[in-house]
Design a protein around this ligand. Structure first.
Ligand code: GLV
Ligand code: MN
Length: 195
């Protein structure tokens, strides 16, 4: 979903402030082979957290060679029973392949239709741009997926955190009215995500 590039590459100068679309290019004379290769997805992420998931991003922030090329990836590690909670990517369609384990993958359309399937190693999925989706580890052990995006910076809004852990917080009466629950329910959810 990113604009088409106007040159072969534009390795990001990540120390410079971002421009309207992406980072400025570092001078071509400083570009080396190392700019186009990335080891950051080799290691298993630490899943000892509330959701039992760890997303390691290979986007323009961590892999500056992706700048302006309209593409990026994630490594998603799941503990047993872990969930990558409902979230959306405002700037990209996502595709992915399960590398290990067994994942329930689902998304909901703008018409509130839910599509889902349980996938094992080698099977793929696609999440249309911007739609809310999740993956849940429904296997007996750990799970691993690799995901890919048509943006160098897909962005993510993780709904539980977006709604219940924003800074500053969304007023309680907005959430009680939106979800048709009492305030103690909202406070209880908030307390799980307090840092
Ligand atoms: C999975 O949904 C991911 O965003 O990597
Ligand atoms: Mn996603």
């Amino acid at each position: 979903a990113d604009p088409d590039p106007l040159q072969d590459f534009c390795v990001a100068d990540v120390s410079a402030p971002p421009l309207l679309n992406g980072f400025p290019c570092k001078p071509a004379s400083n570009v080396t082979s190392g700019d186009f290769f990335f080891d950051g997805l080799m290691k298993e992420g630490n899943t000892a957290n509330t959701f039992g998931v760890n997303v390691t991003a290979a986007d323009v922030g961590s892999f500056p060679g992706l700048n302006t090329l309209g593409i990026s990836m994630n490594r998603v590690d799941f503990a047993r029973g872990g969930i990558n909670p409902p979230h959306s990517h405002p700037r990209a369609t996502e595709t992915g392949v399960v590398m290990k384990g067994k994942l329930l993958v689902g998304f909901v359309t703008s018409g509130n239709v839910f599509y889902s399937k349980v996938l094992t190693a080698g099977q793929m999925f696609v999440i249309p741009r911007g739609l809310v989706h999740f993956q849940k580890n429904v296997g007996e052990g750990k799970a691993l997926a690799l995901t890919a995006f048509n943006s160098h910076l897909p962005g993510v809004e993780v709904l539980p955190l977006t709604l219940f852990a924003s800074t500053p917080p969304i007023p309680n009466d907005v959430l009680t009215q939106a979800f048709q629950v009492e305030e103690d329910v909202v406070n209880s959810i908030r307390s799980k995500f307090a840092s």
